[in-house]
Design a protein around this ligand. Structure first.
Ligand code: C5P
Ligand code: MG
Length: 212
């Protein structure tokens, strides 16, 4: 792979492994592709802790984290926040929940190569990548969905959404290709009903995770 010395080896038939400290499922995809919605459905069925990197960043801004100003600036621009910040937030979140959970649904990460490289540097060798879910959906459908969802996010305006799509194509897609070296990558067509999308996801996860 050549990304990091700490990178785990490929494991096509990965299952939750009690020897690994953190078993990870990465969830990536188009803005408005339904990552959050599908993660809610996954965690309702399976024993897995879900966190969204976008939410962790928004929370850090609300709590006036020392990096709040920088985070907000990046998010407003639809840009990827430096990985040292995102990875620290994720590590804290997993440490807080690792007594109860062995598996973590890592939503919105890794968005670029820097995210990926830093992740294994910060988390060490105790990580096992179970798989990556990549939710794809046409840009016009996503823009319509985002405009309907409301919620007042600083990055949910058409101008920023277009920048987020640019970042998806230029940075995230090549990273998803790299993730194939860490475990299976499943591309899921997100332009279907919520239940249809979940059915496709569930097909991939049923042999990887323990149900509740
Ligand atoms: O995943 P979500 O669409 O909620 O992410 C919203 C924004 O949060 C991204 O456009 C980006 O600015 C920031 N983000 C980031 N690094 C990540 C995940 C999200 O910088 N790994
Ligand atoms: Mg989200």
């Amino acid at each position: 792979m050549g990304c990091s010395n700490n990178a785990p080896s490929t494991n096509e038939n990965a299952r939750t492994n009690d020897d690994a400290r953190w078993n990870i499922i990465f969830v990536l995809g188009s803005p408005g592709g339904g990552k959050g919605t599908q993660c809610d459905k996954i965690k309702a069925k399976y024993k897995i802790f879900h966190y969204s990197c976008g939410e962790l960043l928004r929370q850090a801004v609300k709590e006036n984290n020392k990096e709040a100003e920088l985070i907000n600036k990046y998010m407003k621009e639809g840009k990827i926040v430096p990985a040292r910040i995102t990875c620290e937030l994720q590590k804290k979140c997993m440490e807080k929940n690792e007594k109860e959970y062995k598996a973590f649904l890592c939503d919105g990460f890794p968005r670029n190569e820097e995210n990926l490289k830093f992740f294994f540097e910060v988390m060490g060798k105790d990580v096992k990548v179970l798989c990556t879910l990549f939710l794809t959906c046409p840009e016009d459908v996503c823009i319509e969905r985002i405009q309907k969802r409301g919620g007042g996010r600083v990055d949910d305006n058409v101008e920023t959404i277009k920048k987020r799509f640019k970042s998806l194509k230029e940075e995230t897609v090549p990273t998803v290709n790299k993730l194939k070296g860490y475990g299976p990558v499943y591309e899921i067509k997100a332009n279907q009903t919520i239940d249809e999308v979940f059915k496709d996801i569930d097909e991939k996860l049923k042999d990887l995770l323990t149900t509740k």
